[in-house]
Design a protein around this ligand. Structure first.
Ligand code: HSE
Length: 426
């Protein structure tokens, strides 16, 4: 039997370098937990690396290497990441990945292959950075019927929203500040358009309900068109956060990613900067809250190494992949709630001509569409002939509200710009 667990690393970017560093520095912890050291035998990357003795140009040579027990996939994106994962499983290797995009898109293919080839795939770092939420859901809450998952799942957008809220920065300035702090990608679309949050929500929901919940079933709205005016106008009511939410209702799972107004008393309102938080409600567990850094080299690499250690314990005893660690039943169909049937209260802002009769037109259209008003105000901010009208609704179905907003937006003689709507989190 080998003296080491032998790993091959594919992708030597920020997280890959962090993984190598933690493994080098923490071998004592590794040996205490696994019983033997974990050695990275080979590293593949598009470019030559600072450890030439480990460098292998073609990742296929790592996958084929019979000495290697597990593959660490950290290239990101869809391809060649999908091929690396699938071919590794087929070649009898166990896999650790941090790649939420590939997991969310190819959940069925990846877990069917893992089941068919009796190999394991670990992916703690794909959701919530260092937060052990995959382990939490899969192991800590293994006995639970899950009712609800809600999370701040993207560090970059949370950093941007924190800057807007605390420093009054407009979105573009806050984005620059996130880029300077090293959080947002140079193409920040995945983060700010909510796609990254949707990928992570799809992973948690698929895990919780034992079927593949697809990103296309999630109503996704990001933060790129969030106006600083609304951040400031809602400050006395709470804080705006990008929330991924999956709730089991009697008509299906209600899935959404959108900026939400969070009450000051909610634990989410204290989650700042690159921190993430995940709230899970189980039938017997009640409420469970996870919190920690969701982005950055250290947190992501720590989660990857945690997977490497946990997986290695099973490799040592030759039991990795024998018992399926992700329950994925390809025949199970999960009912998804059509997004229009989703119910919530909303903050609405209308920029309209400031003259008699305008309010009654707006409230009349809302009323005709069964949208009930909880409060109404007109902040005293002069904008020529226009004024902002803020309406807080009672709980309403999204389709009724959207119809009303379309009708109001069509009143071109009184409405200056598209009405703003922000969901209010319960
Ligand atoms: N881009 C992600 C975030 C980090 O900002 O949270 C990795 O998941």
């Amino acid at each position: 039997m080998s003296k080491y667990i032998t790993a091959g690393l594919i992708g030597y970017g920020t997280v890959g370098k962090g993984v190598v560093k933690i493994l080098e520095n923490n071998q004592k912890i590794v040996v205490r937990k696994v019983g033997k050291p974990i050695k990275i035998k080979s590293i593949s990357d598009l470019n030559p690396i600072d450890k030439p003795e480990l460098y292998v140009k073609n990742f296929k040579d790592i996958i084929k290497d019979p000495e290697i027990d597990l593959i660490i996939e950290l290239v990101g994106g869809y391809e060649p990441a999908r091929t690396i994962i699938i071919e590794s499983l087929k070649s009898g290797k166990n896999v650790v990945t941090a790649n939420k995009a590939v997991l969310a898109k190819y959940w069925d293919q990846i877990f069917i292959t893992a089941q068919d080839y009796k190999k394991s795939i670990y992916y703690e770092a794909s959701v919530g950075g260092v937060i052990p939420v995959v382990q939490g859901l899969n192991e800590g809450l293994a006995a639970e019927e899950i009712f609800e998952i809600k999370g701040i799942l993207n560090g970059t957008t949370n950093f941007i929203l924190s800057k807007m809220t605390k420093e009054g920065l407009a979105y573009e300035e806050a984005l620059k500040s996130a880029q300077m702090a090293g959080f947002a990608e140079s193409n920040p679309s995945f983060d700010v358009d909510g796609i990254d949050t949707a990928n992570k929500l799809a992973i948690l929901a698929s895990l919780a309900w034992g079927s593949w919940i697809k990103v296309k079933n999630i109503a996704v709205k990001g933060i790129a068109d969030l106006n600083i005016k609304d951040v400031l106008l809602t400050k006395r009511m709470g804080t705006i956060k990008l929330i991924g939410s999956a709730i089991k209702t009697k008509n299906g799972i209600d899935l959404s990613v959108c900026p939400c107004l969070i009450d000051k008393s909610s634990a989410f309102s204290t989650v700042e900067n690159e921190y993430n938080a995940v709230f899970i409600k189980g039938k017997d567990s009640g409420d469970v809250l996870f919190y920690g850094k969701g982005a950055g080299q250290g947190p992501a690499a720590s989660a990857v190494v945690s997977d490497i250690i946990n997986l290695s314990k099973f490799i040592v005893t030759n039991t990795a992949g024998i018992v399926t660690d992700v329950i994925y039943d390809r025949k199970k169909k999960i009912k998804i709630l059509p997004s229009g049937q989703s119910k919530s209260a909303y903050y609405l802002r209308f920029t309209v001509v400031d003259k008699p009769g305008v309010l009654s037109k707006i409230s009349g259209i809302l009323g005709a569409n069964k949208v009930s008003i909880a409060s109404l105000s007109q902040p005293n901010i002069k904008q020529g002939d226009y004024a902002d009208v803020i309406i807080i609704t009672h709980e309403t179905s999204l389709s009724h509200l959207e119809t009303a907003l379309r009708q109001i937006n069509a009143l071109k003689s009184i409405v200056k710009s598209k009405p703003v709507k922000i969901k209010i989190e319960k």
